[in-house]
Design a protein around this ligand. Structure first.
Ligand code: HEM
Length: 475
């Protein structure tokens, strides 16, 4: 109990139950309550892990840029599919992380991130999405599986040269397990990571309370896909024709064979592929649900975007990135969707690598440091009327030019571990949103009120609850 005591000069926070601390926080309301009582920097403990939440943009930005707060917590490695548990991006640290992040950034750029040939690939998916939605003939449907498949297809073509049919049973099967896991996820799920003694409970109890079996099945399922893709690439590998990110990695791995210090390893490759599969598909899938929901909820913006698109795009040409200057509202709409939704409610955790003094507080080594993205995005110090969906906040006074947010925007995190897929995600959101708006009026079924649609938390992601919407083809 003495060891568990809040360290001296630690940021303020709620009363902590000895040994147990408090339940982890997933939702935005709990964070907002803490901020109101304790201020912008709040300390909160679960079991043996102390966490410091950062609710203010400037504070979070400063913290995320610090070398001392650039590592991910040790418990992340529990989810690693690397046999040595050190490689990849999301969960790795130190030299391994630097090496793998550099490799991924270089190759995503070489594979077209931000460039026109990737735009073509995105527009092929956008066209397929339009065709898929048309098949419903304007009937109201829940968010379609094709949102997830088009997102997966983009990253998976870059990584593994694989593209799935939009109604692929294989993709459905892969995600059915993660979908159940996300749905049942609760603040209890990861409790054994914070209180290791709970690992000694009988398996049946752990399955029931912490969904251990579901989590294991999710990891196994993704591992199967990842291993299969890497094995196949090793079989077909042709050094003169690298096809994708996996081939580029194999090339570097082969070139460094025999060098004991080389960090190019099969295990690290598996983890890189795993990270990109996860971080690159579900995030964009969730955002497409937000886009569809917001189009139905605020049809006046859809109409204005259609007017802008119709003025510059004729026939069946798809919108291109070159059209961006003429379509400021489309870009403003997607960036406001990122802010308003705050789909990633809390930034991916960091950990203090040593005792650190920050903003007058003592942050002990091993403390988890986490920016509160939702709170930052709804902070009246940075945003007028923050709970209002208002794309105009990203337009200039004449409403003819998109203006990027200068402060208060945190959707992709910040600092040394800022999202590596930000450019790609922005390209996808712009082109997919434009394609939906150009071809459909998205509306709730007749007589259905969507102003009170529930927002659900799927393992830390804020997503509109399944809602039937009609995608009515435009004339
Ligand atoms: C709208 C879509 C997306 C959102 C909102 C998003 C958000 C984020 C956030 C908040 C972080 C944590 C950053 C930090 O610690 O400061 C992150 C990290 C990451 N994201 Fe994204 N992301 C998106 C799409 C993507 C895509 C398409 C990819 C695929 C290339 C991707 C790959 C990653 C990876 C690998 C990391 C870990 C980086 C590291 O630890 O060094 N993300 N993302």
């Amino acid at each position: 109990v003495l060891r568990d005591r809040r360290p001296r000069n630690c940021p303020p926070g709620p009363v902590e139950i000895p040994f147990f601390g408090r339940l982890p926080i997933l939702d935005e309301e709990s964070g907002e309550r803490l901020r109101k009582i304790y201020g912008d920097i709040v300390s909160h403990r679960t079991g043996s892990i102390r966490k410091v939440y950062l609710f203010d943009y400037e504070t979070a930005k400063e913290a995320m840029a610090k070398v001392e707060f650039s590592n991910r917590p040790d418990f992340f490695s529990a989810f690693s599919v690397d046999d040595q548990k050190v490689g990849g991006l999301l969960s790795s640290n130190g030299a391994h992380w630097q090496h793998d992040r550099r490799f991924v950034l270089r190759n995503l750029r070489n594979l077209g991130m931000g460039k026109s040939y990737l735009e073509e690939a995105i527009n092929i998916e956008a066209k397929a999405l339009v065709e898929d939605l048309k098949k419903y003939g304007g009937e109201a449907i829940n968010y379609p599986d094709s949102f997830r498949t088009v997102a997966l297809n983009i990253i998976w073509q870059m990584v593994a040269s694989t593209r799935y049919d939009l109604r692929s049973d294989e993709v459905k099967a892969i995600y059915s397990i993660t979908k159940d896991f996300q749905k049942n996820f609760s603040p209890l799920t990861f409790l054994p990571m914070f209180i290791p003694a709970l690992n000694h409970l009988p398996k049946s109890v752990k399955n029931l309370i912490f969904m251990e079996d579901q989590l294991e099945r999710c990891i196994e399922e993704i591992e199967k896909v990842v291993n299969g893709a890497v094995d196949k690439h090793l079989e077909d590998y042709d050094p003169d024709n690298p096809r994708d990110l996996i081939d580029e990695y194999i090339k570097d791995m082969k070139e460094n064979e025999g060098d004991d210090n080389s960090l190019f390893r099969r295990g690290a490759l598996n983890q890189i592929v795993n990270d990109l599969f996860f971080a690159g598909s579900d995030t964009v899938n969730h955002m497409l649900k937000w886009v569809a929901y917001l189009l139905a909820r605020y049809p006046e913006y859809a109409t204005r975007m259609q007017q802008q698109i119709d003025a510059v795009v004729s026939g069946d040409r798809m919108v291109s990135l070159d059209d961006k200057p003429s379509l400021p509202l489309v870009e403003a709409f997607t960036v406001e969707a990122l802010r308003y939704s705050s789909m990633v409610v809390y930034n991916v955790e960091r950990t203090a690598t040593r005792d650190t003094n920050f903003k007058g507080y003592f942050i002990p080594k091993g403390t988890t440091v986490q920016a509160a993205n939702y709170s930052i995005h709804h902070d009246p110090r940075y945003w007028d009327d923050p709970h209002k969906f208002y794309p105009e906040r990203f337009l200039d006074d004449s409403a003819t030019k998109y203006t990027a947010p200068k402060q208060g925007f945190f959707a992709f995190g910040s600092g040394r571990r800022q999202c590596v897929g930000e450019l790609l995600a922005r390209m996808e959101l712009f082109l997919f949103t434009a394609a939906i708006v150009q071809h459909f009026d998205v509306r709730p079924p007749h007589g259905v009120d969507i102003t009170t649609t529930a927002i659900v938390n799927l393992a830390g992601a804020r997503v509109p609850a399944d809602k039937k919407l009609a995608y009515r083809p435009r004339d």
